[in-house]
Design a protein around this ligand. Structure first.
Ligand SMILES: Nc1nc2c(ncn2[C@@H]2O[C@H](COP(=O)(O)OP(=O)(O)O)[C@@H](O)[C@H]2O)c(=O)[nH]1
Ligand SMILES: [Mg+2]
Length: 437
Protein backbone atom coordinates (compact mmCIF):
# COMPACT_ATOMS: atom_id res chain seq x y z
CA UNK A 1 0.00 0.00 0.00
CA UNK A 2 2.78 2.34 0.97
CA UNK A 3 4.22 2.10 -2.53
CA UNK A 4 0.96 2.94 -4.17
CA UNK A 5 0.50 6.04 -1.99
CA UNK A 6 4.00 7.17 -2.77
CA UNK A 7 3.65 6.59 -6.48
CA UNK A 8 0.30 8.33 -6.51
CA UNK A 9 1.90 11.31 -4.90
CA UNK A 10 4.79 11.16 -7.29
CA UNK A 11 2.51 10.71 -10.26
CA UNK A 12 0.33 13.60 -9.16
CA UNK A 13 3.14 16.05 -8.86
CA UNK A 14 6.11 15.11 -10.93
CA UNK A 15 7.80 18.42 -10.61
CA UNK A 16 7.36 18.67 -6.85
CA UNK A 17 10.17 16.72 -5.18
CA UNK A 18 8.63 17.32 -1.74
CA UNK A 19 5.27 15.75 -2.56
CA UNK A 20 6.42 12.32 -1.50
CA UNK A 21 7.24 13.59 1.96
CA UNK A 22 3.93 15.38 2.24
CA UNK A 23 1.82 12.32 1.41
CA UNK A 24 -0.34 10.92 4.25
CA UNK A 25 1.30 8.06 6.13
CA UNK A 26 -0.20 4.59 5.73
CA UNK A 27 -2.83 3.54 8.26
CA UNK A 28 -3.58 7.07 9.44
CA UNK A 29 -6.51 7.32 11.85
CA UNK A 30 -9.14 10.01 11.38
CA UNK A 31 -7.85 11.97 14.44
CA UNK A 32 -4.32 11.79 13.11
CA UNK A 33 -5.54 12.97 9.76
CA UNK A 34 -7.31 15.98 11.30
CA UNK A 35 -4.19 16.87 13.29
CA UNK A 36 -1.99 16.45 10.22
CA UNK A 37 -4.19 18.66 8.05
CA UNK A 38 -4.39 21.31 10.75
CA UNK A 39 -0.59 21.28 11.10
CA UNK A 40 -0.21 21.52 7.33
CA UNK A 41 -2.62 24.42 7.23
CA UNK A 42 -0.67 26.15 9.98
CA UNK A 43 2.61 25.56 8.21
CA UNK A 44 1.05 26.95 5.07
CA UNK A 45 -0.06 30.06 6.88
CA UNK A 46 3.37 30.56 8.44
CA UNK A 47 5.03 30.10 5.09
CA UNK A 48 2.64 32.62 3.51
CA UNK A 49 3.48 35.04 6.31
CA UNK A 50 7.17 34.53 5.71
CA UNK A 51 6.66 35.08 1.99
CA UNK A 52 4.82 38.25 2.76
CA UNK A 53 7.57 39.52 5.03
CA UNK A 54 10.16 38.67 2.38
CA UNK A 55 8.11 40.41 -0.26
CA UNK A 56 7.78 43.44 1.97
CA UNK A 57 11.52 43.58 2.61
CA UNK A 58 12.18 43.14 -1.08
CA UNK A 59 9.74 45.95 -1.82
CA UNK A 60 11.49 48.15 0.73
CA UNK A 61 14.84 47.24 -0.77
CA UNK A 62 13.65 47.97 -4.32
CA UNK A 63 12.09 51.17 -3.19
CA UNK A 64 15.27 52.10 -1.41
CA UNK A 65 17.17 51.52 -4.63
CA UNK A 66 14.79 53.85 -6.44
CA UNK A 67 14.67 56.49 -3.68
CA UNK A 68 17.13 59.31 -3.48
CA UNK A 69 19.84 58.74 -0.90
CA UNK A 70 21.79 61.59 0.62
CA UNK A 71 25.03 61.16 2.54
CA UNK A 72 26.21 63.68 5.13
CA UNK A 73 29.98 63.95 5.21
CA UNK A 74 32.51 66.04 7.06
CA UNK A 75 35.00 65.74 9.86
CA UNK A 76 33.84 65.04 13.39
CA UNK A 77 32.03 68.03 14.94
CA UNK A 78 31.34 69.67 11.59
CA UNK A 79 27.58 69.59 12.22
CA UNK A 80 26.35 66.52 10.31
CA UNK A 81 23.98 65.30 13.00
CA UNK A 82 22.66 68.81 13.49
CA UNK A 83 21.91 69.12 9.78
CA UNK A 84 20.15 65.76 9.94
CA UNK A 85 17.96 67.13 12.73
CA UNK A 86 17.12 70.09 10.49
CA UNK A 87 16.04 67.73 7.74
CA UNK A 88 13.85 65.84 10.19
CA UNK A 89 12.30 69.03 11.48
CA UNK A 90 11.56 70.20 7.94
CA UNK A 91 10.32 66.96 6.39
CA UNK A 92 9.06 64.76 9.24
CA UNK A 93 7.86 67.25 11.85
CA UNK A 94 5.41 64.84 13.47
CA UNK A 95 8.13 62.32 14.10
CA UNK A 96 10.27 65.07 15.49
CA UNK A 97 7.44 66.15 17.79
CA UNK A 98 7.11 62.65 19.18
CA UNK A 99 10.67 62.75 20.43
CA UNK A 100 10.60 65.85 22.59
CA UNK A 101 10.44 63.92 25.87
CA UNK A 102 13.63 62.06 24.99
CA UNK A 103 15.40 65.28 24.01
CA UNK A 104 14.40 66.86 27.31
CA UNK A 105 16.45 64.17 29.03
CA UNK A 106 19.41 64.74 26.69
CA UNK A 107 19.27 68.45 27.49
CA UNK A 108 19.23 67.79 31.24
CA UNK A 109 22.16 65.42 30.74
CA UNK A 110 24.03 68.09 28.78
CA UNK A 111 23.40 70.42 31.70
CA UNK A 112 24.78 67.91 34.20
CA UNK A 113 27.79 67.44 31.91
CA UNK A 114 28.48 71.19 31.99
CA UNK A 115 28.15 71.24 35.78
CA UNK A 116 30.64 68.39 36.01
CA UNK A 117 33.13 70.21 33.77
CA UNK A 118 32.78 73.37 35.87
CA UNK A 119 33.31 71.48 39.12
CA UNK A 120 36.35 69.67 37.69
CA UNK A 121 37.76 73.03 36.61
CA UNK A 122 37.16 74.51 40.07
CA UNK A 123 38.83 71.54 41.69
CA UNK A 124 41.95 71.78 39.53
CA UNK A 125 42.06 75.55 40.00
CA UNK A 126 42.02 75.08 43.78
CA UNK A 127 44.90 72.64 43.51
CA UNK A 128 47.09 75.09 41.65
CA UNK A 129 49.23 77.17 44.01
CA UNK A 130 48.71 80.51 42.24
CA UNK A 131 46.10 83.07 43.07
CA UNK A 132 42.74 81.55 42.41
CA UNK A 133 39.44 83.01 41.28
CA UNK A 134 37.56 80.47 43.35
CA UNK A 135 37.65 79.36 46.95
CA UNK A 136 36.61 76.55 49.27
CA UNK A 137 33.11 77.95 49.13
CA UNK A 138 32.94 76.84 45.49
CA UNK A 139 34.26 73.44 46.39
CA UNK A 140 31.45 73.19 48.91
CA UNK A 141 28.89 74.23 46.29
CA UNK A 142 30.13 71.46 44.03
CA UNK A 143 29.83 68.99 46.88
CA UNK A 144 26.25 70.16 47.36
CA UNK A 145 25.58 69.43 43.70
CA UNK A 146 26.80 65.83 44.04
CA UNK A 147 23.32 64.28 43.85
CA UNK A 148 22.78 65.95 40.47
CA UNK A 149 26.25 65.03 39.21
CA UNK A 150 25.67 61.39 40.13
CA UNK A 151 22.73 61.17 37.77
CA UNK A 152 25.01 61.53 34.74
CA UNK A 153 26.48 58.11 35.22
CA UNK A 154 23.13 56.57 36.05
CA UNK A 155 21.60 57.75 32.78
CA UNK A 156 24.72 56.92 30.79
CA UNK A 157 24.50 53.35 32.00
CA UNK A 158 20.93 53.23 30.89
CA UNK A 159 21.58 54.16 27.29
CA UNK A 160 25.25 53.79 26.49
CA UNK A 161 26.27 50.66 24.61
CA UNK A 162 29.42 50.11 26.62
CA UNK A 163 30.95 51.20 29.84
CA UNK A 164 32.58 54.50 29.10
CA UNK A 165 34.32 57.36 30.73
CA UNK A 166 32.18 60.30 31.59
CA UNK A 167 32.35 62.99 28.99
CA UNK A 168 30.81 62.31 25.64
CA UNK A 169 27.41 60.75 25.61
CA UNK A 170 27.37 57.89 23.10
CA UNK A 171 24.41 55.81 21.96
CA UNK A 172 23.75 53.14 19.37
CA UNK A 173 22.12 54.16 16.09
CA UNK A 174 18.36 53.78 15.95
CA UNK A 175 15.64 54.98 18.25
CA UNK A 176 16.00 52.66 21.23
CA UNK A 177 17.76 55.20 23.41
CA UNK A 178 14.97 57.67 22.78
CA UNK A 179 12.36 55.22 24.03
CA UNK A 180 14.41 54.49 27.13
CA UNK A 181 14.97 58.15 27.93
CA UNK A 182 11.37 59.10 27.34
CA UNK A 183 9.75 56.33 29.31
CA UNK A 184 12.06 54.68 31.83
CA UNK A 185 11.43 55.31 35.48
CA UNK A 186 15.15 55.67 36.18
CA UNK A 187 15.38 58.52 33.68
CA UNK A 188 12.31 60.22 35.11
CA UNK A 189 13.80 59.94 38.55
CA UNK A 190 17.05 61.54 37.35
CA UNK A 191 15.06 64.41 35.91
CA UNK A 192 13.34 64.93 39.26
CA UNK A 193 16.69 65.09 41.04
CA UNK A 194 17.87 67.84 38.68
CA UNK A 195 14.59 69.73 39.00
CA UNK A 196 14.72 69.54 42.78
CA UNK A 197 18.06 71.39 42.79
CA UNK A 198 17.31 74.07 40.24
CA UNK A 199 17.90 76.94 42.70
CA UNK A 200 21.30 75.58 43.69
CA UNK A 201 22.28 75.22 40.02
CA UNK A 202 21.09 78.71 39.16
CA UNK A 203 22.92 80.30 42.08
CA UNK A 204 26.05 78.38 41.26
CA UNK A 205 26.12 79.74 37.69
CA UNK A 206 25.09 83.23 38.76
CA UNK A 207 28.43 83.50 40.59
CA UNK A 208 30.69 85.73 38.47
CA UNK A 209 33.82 84.01 39.81
CA UNK A 210 32.67 80.74 38.27
CA UNK A 211 31.97 82.35 34.91
CA UNK A 212 35.29 84.20 34.95
CA UNK A 213 37.16 81.02 35.74
CA UNK A 214 35.59 79.23 32.76
CA UNK A 215 36.44 82.16 30.50
CA UNK A 216 39.99 82.34 31.80
CA UNK A 217 40.48 78.63 31.15
CA UNK A 218 38.85 79.03 27.72
CA UNK A 219 36.60 76.09 28.38
CA UNK A 220 33.58 76.48 26.16
CA UNK A 221 30.50 76.23 28.27
CA UNK A 222 28.29 78.69 26.43
CA UNK A 223 29.32 78.62 22.74
CA UNK A 224 27.87 76.23 20.25
CA UNK A 225 25.75 73.24 21.03
CA UNK A 226 25.36 71.11 24.07
CA UNK A 227 25.41 73.95 26.55
CA UNK A 228 22.41 74.97 28.54
CA UNK A 229 23.90 76.75 31.55
CA UNK A 230 22.21 80.00 30.57
CA UNK A 231 18.85 78.26 30.30
CA UNK A 232 18.68 76.58 33.70
CA UNK A 233 15.50 78.28 34.87
CA UNK A 234 13.65 77.45 31.68
CA UNK A 235 14.79 73.86 31.18
CA UNK A 236 14.18 72.85 34.79
CA UNK A 237 10.53 73.93 34.75
CA UNK A 238 8.32 70.96 35.63
CA UNK A 239 6.38 71.26 32.36
CA UNK A 240 9.35 72.12 30.15
CA UNK A 241 9.06 70.90 26.57
CA UNK A 242 12.19 71.48 24.44
CA UNK A 243 11.83 73.91 21.57
CA UNK A 244 13.10 73.05 18.09
CA UNK A 245 16.11 75.17 18.76
CA UNK A 246 16.83 73.38 22.07
CA UNK A 247 16.72 70.03 20.29
CA UNK A 248 19.12 71.28 17.66
CA UNK A 249 21.55 72.37 20.32
CA UNK A 250 21.21 69.18 22.37
CA UNK A 251 24.22 66.98 22.08
CA UNK A 252 24.49 63.23 21.88
CA UNK A 253 26.86 61.13 19.79
CA UNK A 254 25.95 58.06 17.83
CA UNK A 255 28.36 55.18 17.37
CA UNK A 256 28.07 54.04 13.81
CA UNK A 257 25.84 54.99 10.93
CA UNK A 258 22.41 56.57 11.35
CA UNK A 259 19.94 55.82 8.61
CA UNK A 260 16.84 57.98 8.38
CA UNK A 261 13.93 57.51 6.06
CA UNK A 262 11.96 60.58 5.04
CA UNK A 263 8.48 59.74 4.02
CA UNK A 264 5.74 62.22 3.28
CA UNK A 265 3.83 62.57 6.53
CA UNK A 266 0.66 64.10 5.14
CA UNK A 267 -0.84 65.15 1.85
CA UNK A 268 -0.44 68.82 2.69
CA UNK A 269 3.22 68.40 3.58
CA UNK A 270 3.71 66.38 0.44
CA UNK A 271 3.78 69.09 -2.16
CA UNK A 272 6.79 68.27 -4.29
CA UNK A 273 8.37 66.19 -1.56
CA UNK A 274 9.52 62.69 -2.46
CA UNK A 275 10.67 59.94 -0.17
CA UNK A 276 14.36 59.89 0.50
CA UNK A 277 17.02 58.54 2.85
CA UNK A 278 19.77 60.28 4.71
CA UNK A 279 22.89 58.65 6.10
CA UNK A 280 24.80 60.27 8.92
CA UNK A 281 28.20 58.67 9.39
CA UNK A 282 30.95 59.17 11.97
CA UNK A 283 33.60 61.64 10.86
CA UNK A 284 36.68 60.85 12.96
CA UNK A 285 39.77 60.05 10.97
CA UNK A 286 39.72 56.41 12.06
CA UNK A 287 36.19 55.82 10.81
CA UNK A 288 36.35 57.32 7.34
CA UNK A 289 36.95 53.98 5.61
CA UNK A 290 33.38 53.15 6.62
CA UNK A 291 32.11 55.84 4.25
CA UNK A 292 33.16 54.00 1.10
CA UNK A 293 30.34 51.39 0.90
CA UNK A 294 27.90 54.30 0.75
CA UNK A 295 29.59 55.90 -2.24
CA UNK A 296 28.07 53.33 -4.56
CA UNK A 297 24.49 54.10 -3.65
CA UNK A 298 24.15 57.81 -2.93
CA UNK A 299 22.97 60.45 -5.37
CA UNK A 300 24.01 63.43 -3.33
CA UNK A 301 26.53 64.33 -0.67
CA UNK A 302 26.16 67.24 1.67
CA UNK A 303 29.71 68.03 2.71
CA UNK A 304 30.07 70.11 5.85
CA UNK A 305 33.00 72.16 6.94
CA UNK A 306 33.28 74.87 9.52
CA UNK A 307 35.94 77.41 8.55
CA UNK A 308 37.85 76.49 11.69
CA UNK A 309 41.35 77.31 10.51
CA UNK A 310 42.05 78.33 14.12
CA UNK A 311 41.49 74.83 15.53
CA UNK A 312 43.06 71.37 15.42
CA UNK A 313 41.43 67.96 15.26
CA UNK A 314 40.38 66.39 18.55
CA UNK A 315 41.67 62.97 17.44
CA UNK A 316 44.99 64.33 16.14
CA UNK A 317 46.05 67.68 17.50
CA UNK A 318 48.86 68.05 14.93
CA UNK A 319 46.30 68.53 12.19
CA UNK A 320 44.64 71.86 11.45
CA UNK A 321 40.89 71.41 11.10
CA UNK A 322 40.45 73.37 7.91
CA UNK A 323 43.42 71.70 6.22
CA UNK A 324 41.95 68.32 7.10
CA UNK A 325 38.63 69.40 5.62
CA UNK A 326 40.24 70.59 2.39
CA UNK A 327 42.05 67.27 1.94
CA UNK A 328 38.80 65.40 2.55
CA UNK A 329 36.97 67.61 0.08
CA UNK A 330 39.61 66.99 -2.61
CA UNK A 331 39.36 63.22 -2.03
CA UNK A 332 35.59 63.27 -2.28
CA UNK A 333 35.67 65.39 -5.45
CA UNK A 334 38.24 63.10 -7.07
CA UNK A 335 36.55 59.82 -6.17
CA UNK A 336 35.40 58.09 -9.38
CA UNK A 337 32.65 56.18 -7.54
CA UNK A 338 31.14 59.58 -6.86
CA UNK A 339 31.63 61.12 -10.29
CA UNK A 340 27.87 61.32 -10.97
CA UNK A 341 27.05 62.32 -7.43
CA UNK A 342 25.92 65.83 -6.62
CA UNK A 343 28.24 67.53 -4.16
CA UNK A 344 26.80 70.24 -1.98
CA UNK A 345 29.16 72.20 0.22
CA UNK A 346 28.04 73.75 3.52
CA UNK A 347 30.32 76.22 5.25
CA UNK A 348 28.79 75.56 8.65
CA UNK A 349 29.03 77.26 12.06
CA UNK A 350 29.10 80.66 10.41
CA UNK A 351 27.75 82.17 13.64
CA UNK A 352 30.97 81.13 15.34
CA UNK A 353 33.16 82.57 12.58
CA UNK A 354 31.28 85.87 12.80
CA UNK A 355 31.65 85.97 16.58
CA UNK A 356 35.38 85.16 16.39
CA UNK A 357 35.97 87.91 13.84
CA UNK A 358 34.06 90.35 16.01
CA UNK A 359 36.27 89.32 18.91
CA UNK A 360 39.39 90.19 16.90
CA UNK A 361 40.43 86.98 15.12
CA UNK A 362 43.14 87.74 12.56
CA UNK A 363 42.83 85.34 9.65
CA UNK A 364 46.29 85.67 8.12
CA UNK A 365 47.91 84.74 11.42
CA UNK A 366 46.57 81.25 10.79
CA UNK A 367 46.37 81.26 7.00
CA UNK A 368 49.35 83.18 5.63
CA UNK A 369 48.07 82.84 2.04
CA UNK A 370 45.06 84.93 3.05
CA UNK A 371 47.57 87.81 3.02
CA UNK A 372 46.09 91.30 3.22
CA UNK A 373 42.59 90.52 2.04
CA UNK A 374 39.84 92.17 4.11
CA UNK A 375 39.75 90.53 7.53
CA UNK A 376 35.95 90.32 7.44
CA UNK A 377 33.25 87.69 7.23
CA UNK A 378 32.73 88.34 3.50
CA UNK A 379 36.49 88.42 2.97
CA UNK A 380 36.89 85.02 4.64
CA UNK A 381 33.95 83.24 3.03
CA UNK A 382 34.81 84.56 -0.44
CA UNK A 383 38.42 83.46 -0.15
CA UNK A 384 37.69 79.96 1.13
CA UNK A 385 34.76 79.48 -1.22
CA UNK A 386 37.03 80.16 -4.21
CA UNK A 387 39.54 77.63 -2.83
CA UNK A 388 36.95 74.89 -2.39
CA UNK A 389 35.43 75.69 -5.77
CA UNK A 390 38.80 75.47 -7.50
CA UNK A 391 39.51 72.05 -5.97
CA UNK A 392 36.04 70.91 -6.96
CA UNK A 393 36.66 71.91 -10.56
CA UNK A 394 40.19 70.55 -10.72
CA UNK A 395 39.56 67.23 -8.95
CA UNK A 396 36.14 66.14 -10.30
CA UNK A 397 36.55 63.30 -12.85
CA UNK A 398 33.96 65.03 -15.04
CA UNK A 399 32.44 68.50 -14.95
CA UNK A 400 29.62 69.08 -12.49
CA UNK A 401 27.88 72.00 -10.83
CA UNK A 402 29.24 73.50 -7.62
CA UNK A 403 26.65 74.07 -4.89
CA UNK A 404 27.58 76.04 -1.86
CA UNK A 405 25.79 77.45 1.19
CA UNK A 406 26.82 79.31 4.30
CA UNK A 407 24.97 77.74 7.22
CA UNK A 408 24.40 78.00 10.93
CA UNK A 409 22.92 74.59 11.55
CA UNK A 410 21.81 75.46 15.09
CA UNK A 411 19.55 78.15 13.64
CA UNK A 412 16.40 76.37 12.53
CA UNK A 413 14.91 79.22 10.52
CA UNK A 414 17.80 80.03 8.22
CA UNK A 415 18.65 76.35 7.84
CA UNK A 416 15.08 75.38 6.90
CA UNK A 417 15.28 77.60 3.83
CA UNK A 418 18.60 76.17 2.77
CA UNK A 419 17.45 72.60 3.35
CA UNK A 420 14.38 73.29 1.20
CA UNK A 421 16.56 74.60 -1.63
CA UNK A 422 18.97 71.68 -1.35
CA UNK A 423 16.14 69.16 -1.41
CA UNK A 424 14.66 70.78 -4.51
CA UNK A 425 18.00 70.83 -6.28
CA UNK A 426 18.72 67.18 -5.51
CA UNK A 427 15.33 66.08 -6.80
CA UNK A 428 15.56 68.27 -9.87
CA UNK A 429 18.84 66.60 -10.81
CA UNK A 430 17.47 63.17 -9.95
CA UNK A 431 14.46 63.68 -12.20
CA UNK A 432 16.68 64.98 -14.97
CA UNK A 433 19.00 61.94 -14.67
CA UNK A 434 16.07 59.50 -14.60
CA UNK A 435 14.74 60.98 -17.82
CA UNK A 436 18.14 60.62 -19.43
CA UNK A 437 18.27 56.94 -18.44
N1 LIG B 1 27.39 77.52 17.11
C1 LIG B 1 27.13 76.50 16.29
N2 LIG B 1 27.21 75.23 16.73
C2 LIG B 1 26.93 74.24 15.86
C3 LIG B 1 26.55 74.48 14.52
N3 LIG B 1 26.34 73.28 13.92
C4 LIG B 1 26.56 72.35 14.85
N4 LIG B 1 26.92 72.91 16.02
C5 LIG B 1 27.27 72.24 17.28
O1 LIG B 1 28.52 71.59 17.07
C6 LIG B 1 28.55 70.34 17.76
C7 LIG B 1 28.84 69.22 16.78
O2 LIG B 1 27.76 69.08 15.90
P1 LIG B 1 27.29 67.65 15.37
O3 LIG B 1 26.11 67.88 14.50
O4 LIG B 1 27.16 66.69 16.48
O5 LIG B 1 28.57 67.28 14.48
P2 LIG B 1 28.95 65.89 13.77
O6 LIG B 1 30.02 65.29 14.61
O7 LIG B 1 29.47 66.29 12.42
O8 LIG B 1 27.70 65.06 13.69
C8 LIG B 1 27.20 70.20 18.41
O9 LIG B 1 27.34 70.59 19.75
C9 LIG B 1 26.31 71.15 17.66
O10 LIG B 1 25.26 71.66 18.45
C10 LIG B 1 26.46 75.85 14.07
O11 LIG B 1 26.16 76.15 12.92
N5 LIG B 1 26.77 76.80 15.00
MG1 LIG C 1 27.32 63.13 14.39
Amino acid sequence: MATSVASRARGGSLDDPFAVHMAPPAGETSDQRTARLAAAQNADKTSRQIDEVLLQSKKILDKKKADVKILLLGQSESGKSTVLKNFRLRFTPQYFDGERAAWRMVILLNLIGSLRVICETIESELESPEFSLVSDLHRQRCADLAPVLREEEIINQLISPSKQLLGELYVRPGGEWKTILASSEVAQNSASVVLSMRDEIENFWADTAVRELMEKKEIPIRDGGGYFMDDVARITEADYVPTDSDILRARIKTMGVEEHFFEKESASAARGVKDFWIYDVPGQRGSRAAWIPFFDMVQAIVFLTPLSFYEVLEEDTRVNRLEDSVILWKDICANTLLQNCQLILFFNKMDILKAKLRAGLIINEYVPSFADRPNTYIGATTYFKEKFKAYHKRSSPKPRSFFYYETTAVDTRSTAKIIGAVHEEIFRKHLHDSVLI
